[in-house]
Write a protein that binds this ligand. Structure first.
Ligand code: NAD
Length: 343
């Protein structure tokens, strides 16, 4: 994907130079309500800003995008700067799609959206996704220091979200040797860094490894198609408003187990990169080690949602290494709902 990437520690201080290089003078700075202080500090490093919009929300609800678009137009901004995780990046992408303005993203989680031409938006309880190069950010500034304050539990679930992109990239129908190399190196980087971050969240070298892994995971997510795991995570977020990274983390051992028989060589590689015997059990154990919530019911999913989610997951066909069977998907969801070890 044709994005420019700047990676390192303290790289946020290069934002002013990057805006100047692009001839941009009036950025609208975006964040969630939780990160308004952080984005104000970033804005203070710039000669000029058009303004701030601090209401980015998970799953990119269209009413928030419309509210932000009205502010963007009234402030006469010439660019979008998103500081935050996938929620803020998603808002920036939705605004770029509607306004055509250039985007610079400073990621602060491991979601990886900054490297993809994918936008998911939610309206009336349904999340729909498009792939369109107009939403791909032009510049991504990874500053490891911006991730030091990412709370441990969000770091752990966000890291599993990244690992999910890598797992599905390895068995994507359009995978190629380069995306597979990136995916496997990402698994190694995240598997070694996430437990260290849980022990010491301000370990700069572990944070750097994790952000590097997230960069790779975002890249493969943007490059190849995803399968059952991403479909189910998408359904849980869009239809049950479950938190994004946490649902990915809880689902991943189960979706890997579902697909294991179809792609034994990929599973062997995944387990090797993770340093465990089997890919699914390894992910379940890693979740436990990182303190992630294992059960979908503990994330707020109603039990009745198991049948409904299985129905939605079967509505439209998509590629998957083993056949999609409603009964098996229902059983997978039931197992993840109680947080049992994967079958
Ligand atoms: P998020 O962006 O909502 O962040 C989670 C919480 O952590 C928020 O409250 C945020 O403000 C806070 N936070 C983030 N970084 C922080 C930091 N460094 N310090 C302190 N607090 C911090 O969650 P997410 O999991 O990063 O993103 C989820 C969203 O991204 C979903 O809407 C999902 O659909 C989307 N997503 C899209 C893609 C894509 O390619 N389109 C890929 C991955 C995720």
């Amino acid at each position: 994907m044709p994005s420019r990437v700047i990676f390192g520690a303290s790289t946020r201080h290069q934002l002013a130079a990057e805006l100047e290089r692009l001839g941009l003078k009036r950025p609208l700075l975006l964040s969630t309500p939780q990160q308004v202080g952080m984005v104000a500090n970033l804005g203070a490093t710039l000669p000029q800003v058009a303004g701030y919009y601090g209401r980015a929300t998970m799953h990119t609800p269209t009413h928030i995008t419309e509210d932000a678009l009205a502010q963007l137009q009234s402030l006469n901004a010439d660019s979008l700067v998103a500081l935050g995780g996938g929620s803020t990046t998603g808002l920036g992408k939705a605004l770029a799609l509607r306004s055509g303005l250039p985007q610079i993203v400073l990621p602060t989680t491991y979601a990886g959206s900054e490297m993809t031409p994918i936008l998911g938006e939610t309206q009336d309880g349904r999340k729909t996704t498009i792939r369109d190069l107009r939403v791909l950010p032009g510049t991504v500034i990874y500053d490891v220091e911006l991730t030091l304050g990412l709370p441990v539990l969000i770091s752990a679930s966000s890291g599993m979200n990244a690992l999910a992109h890598a797992a599905e990239a390895l068995y994507a129908p359009d995978a190629n040797p380069v995306t597979s190399l990136m995916a496997l190196d990402a698994v190694r980087a995240l598997a070694r860094s996430l437990p260290r971050i849980v022990q010491n969240p301000s370990d700069l070298s572990a944070r750097s490894d994790a952000l590097y892994g997230a960069w790779l995971c975002g890249t493969v997510l943007g490059a190849v198609g995803m399968s059952l795991h991403h479909k189910l995570a998408h359904v849980l977020g869009g239809s049950f408003d479950l938190p994004h990274a946490e649902s990915h983390a809880a689902l991943l051992p189960h979706t890997v187990a579902y697909n294991a028989a179809g792609v034994p060589e990929v599973m062997r590689q995944l387990a090797g990169a993770l340093g465990t015997d089997t890919a699914a059990a390894g992910r379940y154990a890693l979740n436990g080690r990182l303190g992630n919530t294992l059960a979908l019911r503990d994330l707020g999913m109603p039990e009745s949602g198991i049948e409904e989610a299985a129905d939605i997951a079967m509505e439209k066909p998509y590629p998957n290494p083993v056949p999609l069977e409603r009964g098996r998907i229902r059983d997978l969801l039931a197992c993840a709902w109680v947080g049992a070890s994967p079958q």
